[in-house]
Design a binder for this molecule. Structure first.
Ligand code: GLU
Length: 482
């Protein structure tokens, strides 16, 4: 086609879209596509739209639609307008097919299923590509069998070649002879997916189609329809898919979960997942930690790599740890509240929440996800006498209990209940007994938290407060008969 050798120059205001098929949850590949479309639109002051491609009625479900919209909202990737539902636009798609028919860019094909099966059989036997042979393309419509069902097919260009100047893949060329006259409208009047996508993109004013490179082949077919209609061609950017750390296509085995699982099961913060997905296949120098505002400022298609990116859960966790350290303590306390409730078996009250917020700066540096943050916080809310796990119990041998007894006395006599004063008191006990600080701190930790690991012991004491701390120590000493 004549115009196909020049890269299209887009002068319309930028409109991008994310067009998931609601046959499953929002997976991370989809989330990344949404993010790239969102950032591109924002960078150019354009609009980012959503389209739910629900034409596969058997496989599209409402829970999947809900999960996708919910996942996008959680990631802060909401569309600028309410989502377009593709199935509801079937009449419009059919209208375009009929327009193409009237203009001579499409034709009615009466080939029966048996005929087409036979054709495929012959092509298979002759080791030819399986392609519709255009048997109704140039036939006189007068030959049409009366009242017989027909499909509407695109009268595709047969000569020459089509080149797509893809912003990620570069120039990709296909011989037009390799593209057959695809069906636009089925015999029951329903549109095919290929037609629906093109009509919707056009009607939504989409200027840039950014999506997974598994759709690159479709782009050539879609261009056939766009050119037949004389519509403006979008700029294409087909982004390489995400692979697992082992280089194989990403699957569940690699941790390719729905976005909801990263949030609910792994306890990932949305800003961490956004940052991770951004860096997965796009780069700006060495920058690793990139805020949303910075991403909007920097994002471009030139920064998208051409080779598949590898999913790395460790990297995601590291980023998550970073964002947990940066996060507002009150927000984190609210986020982990239901998790803490579930772990301690009762709902946290106002005073508990206040304590949790105060504890946050002590807990944040040590957690890589919300589950760890939750686990590390539960010592605050145990009920006396607190349970002591095996690892902690092993720290409380007879010698340790004796040390604990002197530590309790020293601690009980501090005038000001704060971390530095408590530290000074405990150090004195250690020195007097000729012990390293750890030899005193470990039994204290075991008795105060019931666990062998916890935040710094003076922070633990400060957070628990005088009464609770001394109570827990007394419980432990009473139980061991000191
Ligand atoms: N609905 C397609 C998918 O979920 C995307 C189609 C497109 O972006 O053009 O893979």
């Amino acid at each position: 086609m004549g115009a196909s050798t020049e890269a299209p120059v887009e002068t319309r205001p930028v409109v991008t879209r994310f067009a998931p098929s609601p046959t499953g949850f929002l997976h991370i590949g989809g989330a990344r596509t949404a993010l790239f479309n969102y950032l591109f639109a924002r960078h150019h002051g354009g609009r980012f739209l959503l389209r739910i491609e629900d034409t596969d009625r058997a496989r599209s479900t409402q829970p999947a639609i809900d999960a996708i919209l919910d996942g996008l909202a959680w990631l802060g990737l909401e569309g600028d307008e309410p989502p377009v539902f593709q199935f509801a636009r079937a009449a419009r798609h059919a209208e375009v097919a009929h327009q193409m028919l009237a203009a001579g860019h499409a034709y009615k094909c009466y080939a029966t299923a048996e005929e087409l099966a036979e054709l495929r059989e012959q092509q298979r036997a002759a080791k030819q590509p399986l392609r519709y042979d255009g048997r109704w393309r140039d036939r006189d419509p007068a030959e049409a069998p009366e009242g017989a069902p027909f499909v509407i097919r695109l009268k595709a260009e047969r000569e020459g070649e089509t080149t797509i100047h893809d912003r990620v893949q570069g120039a990709v060329t296909v011989k037009n002879a390799e593209l057959d006259d695809m069906i636009l409208l089925r015999s029951d009047g329903t549109p095919t997916y290929m037609l629906a996508v093109v009509v919707d993109d056009h009607d939504m004013g989409v200027t840039h189609v950014i999506r997974g490179d598994d759709h690159l082949n479709n782009a050539f077919r879609q261009l056939g329809i766009i050119r037949a209609m004389g519509w403006p061609e979008p700029v294409y950017a087909h982004v390489p898919l995400i692979h697992g750390a082992d280089g194989a296509k990403l699957s569940k085995r690699h941790g390719a979960l729905g976005v909801d699982a990263y949030r609910d099961d792994l306890g990932i913060l949305p800003e961490a997942l956004n940052n991770y997905l951004l860096r997965l296949g796009w780069g700006h120098g060495d920058a690793e930690i990139i805020s949303r505002d910075q991403a909007i400022e920097w994002f471009d298609l030139a920064g998208v790599g051409r080779s598949p990116s590898r999913f790395d859960l460790k990297k995601l966790e590291n980023l998550n740890g970073h964002y947990i350290r940066e996060a507002d303590p009150a927000r984190l306390a609210e986020l982990i509240r239901p998790r803490v409730d579930a772990l301690i078996g009762r709902p946290l009250g106002d005073a508990d929440m206040d304590l949790l917020r105060r504890a946050m700066p002590v807990l944040q540096p040590r957690a890589k996800d919300l589950a760890e943050l939750t686990g590390a916080s539960t010592f605050l809310f145990r009920t006396r006498p607190i349970d002591v796990d095996e690892a902690a119990a092993s720290l409380l041998d007879t010698a340790a209990i004796a040390v604990l007894a002197s530590a309790e006395q020293a601690i009980a006599s501090v005038a000001e209940w704060n971390a530095p004063a408590l530290e000074a008191a405990v150090r004195e006990v250690a020195e007097a007994a000729g012990l390293k600080l750890g030899k005193v701190a470990q039994p204290l930790r075991a008795a105060l938290t019931g666990r062998a690991t916890s935040p710094g012991i003076f922070d633990v004491l400060a957070l628990l407060g005088r009464e609770e701390s001394l109570g827990r120590l007394a419980d432990r000493l009473a139980q061991t008969g000191v």
